[in-house]
Design a protein around this ligand. Structure first.
Ligand SMILES: Cc1cc2nc3c(=O)[nH]c(=O)nc-3n(C[C@H](O)[C@H](O)[C@H](O)COP(=O)(O)O)c2cc1C
Length: 168
């Protein structure tokens, strides 16, 4: 699959088959995260692969818009070191997007879960054993899809201007 097709056809997938994600595919997906750009190439991230049912169900209980994480065969938490780069959030977001695109290119579905309940960070830290000086940038659910949702985007003609900002 070429990069344009992956970008255009990828959708957030929230429903999954009860079928394991092969280790080779998981490694390819994590490699895609590892090769993301980062400010000064500081790579201020760690990836936690989550497979344990109890851990997934605890995470589902604290992510109000990510309850489906416990139905996904695999979760990936992208953890950033806020002191590890001048732009740790952007770095972690780039790694997350690479992971989503790689998952799609490998016929898997994934969803970026980023909307959390109050005290999410503290509770997620506890569940995943993350040190206090690190932040969870994203939680990603991953598995073979059972849905193919459609989503639109604002037209390019409304987004693009030449030489100066324009509200269209
Ligand atoms: C920073 C960020 C946070 C997100 N948080 C959630 C979330 O908590 N739960 C969820 O179901 N989807 C979440 N999404 C997925 C968006 O809802 C989705 O990307 C958007 O609706 C466009 O749909 P598409 O990805 O299928 O094109 C998040 C996406 C981003 C980039």
């Amino acid at each position: 699959m070429d990069v344009f097709e992956a970008i255009r056809e990828r959708r957030s997938i929230r429903q999954y088959q009860a079928k394991a994600v092969p280790e080779e595919k998981l490694t390819q997906i994590l490699e895609a995260g590892r090769w993301a750009p980062s400010s000064g190439n500081r790579q201020p991230w760690k990836f936690i692969v989550i497979k344990d049912e109890e851990v997934k169900s605890k995470l589902a209980s604290i992510a109000p818009f990510g309850r489906f994480i416990d139905k996904a065969p695999v979760g990936i938490a992208v953890v950033i070191d806020p002191q590890g780069s001048s732009h740790p959030v952007e770095d972690g977001a780039a790694a997350t997007q690479n992971i989503l695109l790689a998952a799609h290119a490998l016929d898997l579905g994934a969803c970026w879960i980023g909307s959390y309940g109050s005290d999410y960070e503290g509770r997620a830290r506890e569940i995943l054993g993350i040190p206090h000086d690190r932040r969870i940038l994203s939680l990603i659910s991953l598995g073979y899809p059972t849905e193919s949702p459609e989503k639109g985007r604002v037209e390019l003609s409304e987004l693009v201007s030449c030489d100066r900002y324009a509200d269209k």
